[in-house]
Design a protein around this ligand. Structure first.
Ligand code: AMP
Length: 190
């Protein structure tokens, strides 16, 4: 079983690369951002809990995120593996994920971290905001906040996987296909 954590700041290209990886390796996709946006559009209780955090670019509390991911993993019993996109975003989430996977005896194979300079991220997110209509992509202030949250709360997650010798950094600037090739080469060694 191939379980991949696709890691990186907002705008690094995780969603784009996930789509290609899912197809190539036949993995199930767990994007916590997409799951929250689905809850929001359906007006569920969980969506209501998450909305304010998301709109302002803060993290949704760990217990809400972890419960949602746990349910999703447990409901997809026929998966050949998972690609985790935008999760884990805190060390507490990473520990919870390891615990859930321990129960199924299918640990994380490795982390792939897309590395992109912050000026490039800001440019990409403002461009995406014009097309996607995502509230959190609409202003430089919100984008700066999300990058700051990434630095403060999410970056330590890469240390967590470094300690397990599962960290793989990839330059996330370049063509979609060239980055995909680099990611695939890393995965072949998992
Ligand atoms: P994304 O689509 O991954 O950029 O996520 C959009 C927003 O959803 C984030 O800014 C957070 O508010 C929330 N979110 C997504 N994934 C997580 C997570 N793993 N932990 C906490 N909040 C999350």
């Amino acid at each position: 079983m191939l379980n991949i954590v696709l890691f990186g700041p907002p705008g690094a290209g995780k969603g784009t690369q996930s789509e290609k990886l899912i197809e190539k390796y036949q993995l199930n996709h767990i994007s916590t951002g997409d799951l929250f946006r689905k809850h929001l559009s359906e007006g569920t209780e969980l969506g209501k809990k998450a909305q304010k955090f998301m709109d302002d670019g803060f993290l949704v509390p760990d217990e809400v995120v972890i419960g949602m991911v746990e349910d999703k993993i447990k409901s997809e019993t026929d998966a050949k593996g998972f690609i985790f996109d935008g999760f884990p975003r805190t060390v507490k989430q990473a520990e919870a994920l390891d615990n859930v996977l321990k129960a199924t005896d299918t640990p994380i194979s490795g982390m792939i971290a897309l590395e992109v300079p912050f000026e490039e991220l800001k440019k990409r997110l403002l461009e995406r905001g014009k097309i996607s209509g995502r509230v959190d992509d609409q202003s430089e202030e919100k984008i700066n906040n999300r990058i700051q949250v990434y630095l403060d709360e999410t970056l330590p997650v890469s240390e967590y996987y470094k300690q397990q010798s599962k960290f793989n950094g990839i330059n996330g600037v370049g063509s979609i296909d060239s980055i995909f090739e680099k990611i695939s080469a890393v995965i072949e060694n998992f």
